[in-house]
Ligand binder design. Structure first.
Ligand code: FBP
Length: 674
């Protein structure tokens, strides 16, 4: 029997105070305002006027309120996009509140994501089923999918399903794109009186909502805390491994399709030696270059942001600095979406999205079906350079693009040309981001080694010990090798000895060895210690964390989100997203609210076209969480003979007190102040 599971399913998360009242109402909160996009106003006219609503409780509702609240309903719920820990508790919270208000209310789960709505594939959720999944990770109860309801046919089929099921409300649990879907469904089914409510889900943590004045409405999507804790535990273990075996750089790619929130949280939780943050790289400015151009009366736009090559240099510097103090090992955290923030890659992605989008539209045929092999795709791009006019993208791809593109490794070219997901996003999880970077790092470290700049610091005592225990005859090898460690390093480094072959040649040339002699063991040992090898182990932290059982924070958060969803439905809301205010504060300060989705939407390029979508929230480099990481960067790199500064957050434990019970990013950013 799995005791931990038994304990989990039996746990009942506490509820916000309002949910203990006889029924709830909604109160408009006029202090929150939004800047509304013209296109959102046009396309989402029925729900654009929505406001932020606070869930209030009452023990003395008037008859009309009580009747509305307690009427028997049919409610459908769907998971959309990648799994995120806590999803089952959204269902549980909704189910419990709905059944409490009226036991005759029925809750249906659409299967396999939005396809379940389109194809009318669903099941009624029962108490035993809901109970089985309480506080348990994954989306296994009804599963999930990435289909987007993005055309009139899919929209009509969805509407038909909802009408056939006589649904009063549909709940979409998803990320930015899925909440975009929720807004369009709310608009479409407004006149059918079918309410649509969204729930902010994604481990990526990129649904964070503020109003126009910067007031926080939703500080973090659910699932983020659990995934970050799961990744952090594993990465902290690698910190231990790395500093025990002292031979590897562990390179950890961490999920987050675009935003680096997860990597940032991992940095705060583990103090790994180096953590890249995409948004920070994009923020980089090469002032020397700018100044140089300015003196010539020009503006050099390439001085803004970082190139792939420059980034590889930055990583090499960190590796070299640690090696110089004898630490040829460490842990590097690379966010999955880092390449999105690199100058030239961003340009490729935008251009290729446009080219593929244009092709699909003009030829009414799928680009990837038309050009299945990489060579075919590359040939098509080459034809664009030749300016074949019948292809509308002839002016998008130029000779310079083609040249740069041919310069990158084939597997990465293939990655950049892979099919976009159904929302038109570039699928970074399909690309070996860390390999792209590591190939460049390895090349450059090779050069640095030859120049004698990438070298390992050996302590004098260590050298002396090797010599003593090696029992070599100082008479024979002369003072150059034995007098002191600096001279041994002279031989290894200054003479550009980067392989055993060159070491032997140097020893023979200087008369220490005959052609037939083997290199004496102590000298070989010094060679091994002072001439570095860059050995890496790569890891990907993504799907594992997504499937993790939720932390207590995510259990409580999601259960209350589910209760909020029901309050929004029972009070007639539509086009709203459930959220909890004050997530960073003590639980008794949590306040359930509804956030209007339509005013959060803006135009974004997708598959080469501008589309109305919910804005993603990326890492704010001026916010406290990143500034703390920046301030400690040097310390955590630990390029000094002192120890490393690793932190071990430990595993996700359902019982006992954890070291911290909510995301550190959340706590730090709540401090505000730039
Ligand atoms: P959502 O935005 O749908 O929550 O998914 C996030 C995510 O886990 C990303 O971190 C990752 O890039 C992507 O899903 C992977 O998608 P897939 O499951 O299609 O490989």
């Amino acid at each position: 029997e799995n005791l931990e599971l038994k304990e989990r399913v039996a746990y009942r998360p506490p509820v916000c105070e309002v949910f203990n009242r006889t029924c709830t109402t909604l109160q408009t909160e006029p202090q929150y305002q939004f800047e509304i996009d013209k296109e959102a106003r046009r396309q989402l006219s029925h729900i654009i006027g929505n406001t932020v609503q606070r869930v209030a409780g009452t023990d003395d509702p008037d008859e009309a309120v009580r009747a509305g609240y307690t009427k028997a309903r049919n409610i459908g719920i769907v998971f959309s996009g990648g799994p995120a820990p806590g999803g089952h508790n959204v269902i549980a919270g909704l189910f419990d509140a709905a059944k409490k208000a009226n036991p005759a209310t029925r809750v249906f789960g659409f299967l396999m994501g939005p396809d379940g709505i389109i194809d009318a594939d669903y099941m009624e959720l029962t108490a035993p089923l809901v109970d089985r999944y309480r506080n348990v990770g994954g989306f296994t109860m009804i599963r999930t999918g990435r289909t987007k309801i993005d055309n009139q046919k899919k929209m009509s089929l969805s509407r038909e399903t909802c009408k056939r099921l006589d649904l009063d409300a549909l709940v979409v649990v998803g990320g930015d794109d899925s909440n975009t879907n929720a807004a369009f469904l709310a608009q479409e089914m407004f006149n059918d009186d079918i309410q649509v409510i969204g729930v902010p889900k994604t481990i990526d943590g990129d649904i964070q909502v503020r109003d126009a004045c910067g007031q926080v409405l939703c500080a973090m999507s659910f699932g983020f805390h659990t995934a970050a804790r799961a990744f952090s535990q594993a990465i902290a273990n690698l910190c231990t491994d790395s500093s025990s075996d002292v031979k590897y750089w562990h390179v950890c790619k961490v999920m987050g399709r675009v935003a680096s929130h997860l990597a940032l949280e991992v940095a705060l939780q583990t103090h790994a030696n180096m953590t890249l943050v995409g948004e920070d790289l994009a923020d980089y400015v090469d002032y020397d270059r700018l100044e140089k151009a300015e003196k010539e009366g020009q503006v050099d736009y390439t001085a803004y942001g970082m190139t792939l090559r420059h980034l590889s240099r930055v990583i090499c510097d960190a590796i070299m600095d640690r090696a110089a103090v004898g630490k040829n090992y460490g842990v590097l955290v690379v966010p999955e979406g880092v390449l999105e923030f690199i100058n030239e890659i961003q340009v490729f992605i935008i251009k290729l999205n446009t080219i593929i989008g244009n092709y699909n539209k003009v030829h009414d045929r799928d680009f990837h079906t038309a050009f299945p092999a990489l060579d075919d795709k590359l040939e098509y791009l080459r034809r664009l350079v030749r300016g074949i006019r019948k292809d509308v993208s002839y002016n998008v791809w130029n000779a310079r693009d083609d040249e740069l593109f041919n310069d990158i490794p084939e597997f990465f070219q293939e990655g950049l040309l892979t099919e976009r997901d159904s929302h038109g996003n570039f699928q970074f999880s399909q690309v070996e981001t860390e390999k792209v970077l590591l190939d460049l790092v390895k090349d450059y470290l090779g050069i640095l080694k030859e120049k004698g700049r990438y070298k390992i610091g050996i302590e004098e005592g260590q050298y002396a010990k090797i010599m003593q225990t090696g029992g070599l005859d100082p008479e024979m090898y002369g003072p150059i090798l034995f007098d002191n460690w600096k001279q041994a390093r002279y031989l290894m480094i200054k003479k550009m000895i980067i392989s055993k072959k060159t070491l032997k040649a140097a020893l023979v040339k200087d008369g220490f060895l005959g052609e037939e002699d083997a290199i004496p063991a102590p000298i070989e040992k010094i060679y091994e210690l002072s001439v570095p090898k860059f050995k890496t182990q790569t890891h990907f932290y993504g799907y594992d964390g997504r499937g993790s059982d939720p932390t207590r924070f995510d259990c409580i958060y999601t259960y209350n989100l589910g209760r909020t969803v029901f309050s929004l439905i029972a009070n007639g809301a539509t086009g709203q997203m459930a959220a909890i205010l004050n997530l960073e504060q003590d639980f008794h300060n949590w306040r359930p609210i509804g956030i209007p989705i339509a005013p959060l939407m803006h135009l974004e390029e997708r598959k080469g076209r501008l589309e109305l979508v919910l804005e993603k929230s990326i890492v704010d480099v001026n916010a406290p969480a990143f500034r703390v990481v920046k301030a400690f960067r040097e310390k955590w790199l630990a390029a000094s003979p002192d120890g490393d500064h690793y932190r071990h957050p430990g595993p996700i434990r359902f019982t006992g007190t954890s070291e911290e019970d909510r995301p550190i990013t959340l706590l730090l950013n709540a401090l505000g102040g730039h």
